[in-house]
Design a protein around this ligand. Sequence first.
Ligand SMILES: Nc1ncnc2c1ncn2[C@@H]1O[C@H](COP(=O)(O)OP(=O)(O)OP(=O)(O)O)[C@@H](O)[C@H]1O
Ligand SMILES: Nc1ncnc2c1ncn2[C@@H]1O[C@H](COP(=O)(O)OP(=O)(O)OP(=O)(O)O)[C@@H](O)[C@H]1O
Ligand SMILES: [Mg+2]
Ligand SMILES: [Mg+2]
Lengths: 263, 263
Amino acid sequence: RPLVVAVANQKGGVGKTTTAVNLAAALAMKGFRTLLVDMDIQGSASATLGLSPVDESCVDVARVLLDERPLEDAICETHLANLSLAPAGERMAMVDLHLASAYGRERVFERALLAEGPQRLVATFDVVVIDTAPYLGLLTVNALVAADTLLVPVSCEYLPMLGLKLLGETVERLRQRAGARCEVMGYLLTMVDRRERITVEVEELLRKRFGDKVFEAVIRANTHHKAAPSHRKTIFEHEPEKGRGREDYTALCDEVIARLGLR
Amino acid sequence: RPLVVAVANQKGGVGKTTTAVNLAAALAMKGFRTLLVDMDIQGSASATLGLSPVDESCVDVARVLLDERPLEDAICETHLANLSLAPAGERMAMVDLHLASAYGRERVFERALLAEGPQRLVATFDVVVIDTAPYLGLLTVNALVAADTLLVPVSCEYLPMLGLKLLGETVERLRQRAGARCEVMGYLLTMVDRRERITVEVEELLRKRFGDKVFEAVIRANTHHKAAPSHRKTIFEHEPEKGRGREDYTALCDEVIARLGLR
Ligand SMILES: Nc1ncnc2c1ncn2[C@@H]1O[C@H](COP(=O)(O)OP(=O)(O)OP(=O)(O)O)[C@@H](O)[C@H]1O
Ligand SMILES: Nc1ncnc2c1ncn2[C@@H]1O[C@H](COP(=O)(O)OP(=O)(O)OP(=O)(O)O)[C@@H](O)[C@H]1O
Ligand SMILES: [Mg+2]
Ligand SMILES: [Mg+2]
């Protein structure tokens, strides 16, 4: 059974997708068989790893959830070794409403993950990384319930800080009532620009409040992160070898490997 | 009847709240009686205009929608002349699910807006500005259906561009089936940093595709926008008189006044 990491924060634009994609890529480059699951209604992660040519035989996560199929049906190869993708699909926007009337509606994704397909493909992965939507609806709840651990990106601004309490309360309630068992593996500071006073203030507050839960590694503000998706590239393909974006996500990857006790 | 402007874009972190708050503040400073309605689950706009002391008699938008009350019940004064706020409230997260089973569920907010309270307060406003969530659920649909016009902030990055097609399709479908009549007043480029190539590329693409629908005014990347909410301030109170953030939102305000034919 792979370790399942959900990348979550209901605040918009804090770097969930950028983190899910580049952490998954970094793990794959280190030799871990990694599956990136796109559970965002907008499919940004799927767009960034743009399956090309489109794999016609590849079903998507929306259909897996709507038709209650094994997750294996939605797994596609990417152009990177060791990295597979389960793309979101265009019908993701209807999933919340359809799931609302399903029995055990918080665990539909978990059931899909545990369901053995004929190829027993899910079992071959070391890690599953889930990208989630900026909305704590049923879709995201499904990711949280299926996860072993949460990685919470937090951008160094005031508004993103406000949401952390709600996220914590939601996780707690899901643990009590929906069989969730995930804990926060760590808080990741993103879009860090230490010349900005607000960045320094937010970083201090976060480290004070969450101590070692805050990763040592931070992701610095870097225009290459903005540009990479427009070229359908991870930061590792977009930046030159000594790039700061690559450096930051490699440092994060090493810390994640240590915290998860991988290998 | 006030003109209703919904600030919408389902992509996260593109500057909806920063725009809703500062456009509303700019209109108020120009003498227009302005109501800012916070329809985001996370209540970021409400937090930025932090009602202090908390107005105990002030009900919130969540309760107005859940109990089908007139919007007037949720209107509170702010510390700025001519600017009132209808705060989101903590129960906003349950609104989508509760609205799902209501009759005419796309128009609950519109009914609340049109319902005359004893003070006939809504009719005294010139403009209503609605801040929306990064999610095209029933809550945001209610804002779109009630709106006369849409202001779409787009940050100069690739991922935000992807969502515009879905937003357009949603608005079209709402016009055909739910009585929506809003049109896009304009697309607003945000977090603009013209030293970045991706910014220049995205701006060109957007102006090519949407022509004059793209505002001339753009909101430049500016650390003061990040810092202002942590001080519970609009950019007009946070920056010195010649600040670039104030300049940008004033320019936007003038263009909005022209496009809406206000006064
Ligand atoms: N470290 C960084 N420096 C500069 N830009 C960044 C950085 N990280 C992410 N970005 C850019 O900021 C935008 C938001 O990032 P991203 O889409 O990863 O956030 P998100 O939390 O997934 O958003 P959403 O809530 O909409 O899913 C993207 O255009 C991305 O390219
Ligand atoms: N022009 C700008 N320059 C720098 N930072 C900005 C600018 N505009 C907004 N920000 C900051 O970027 C973050 C995202 O902005 P904002 O919250 O307004 O976006 P949003 O679209 O409302 O997000 P959400 O989708 O989560 O509601 C905030 O911390 C805000 O302070
Ligand atoms: Mg994302
Ligand atoms: Mg917002």
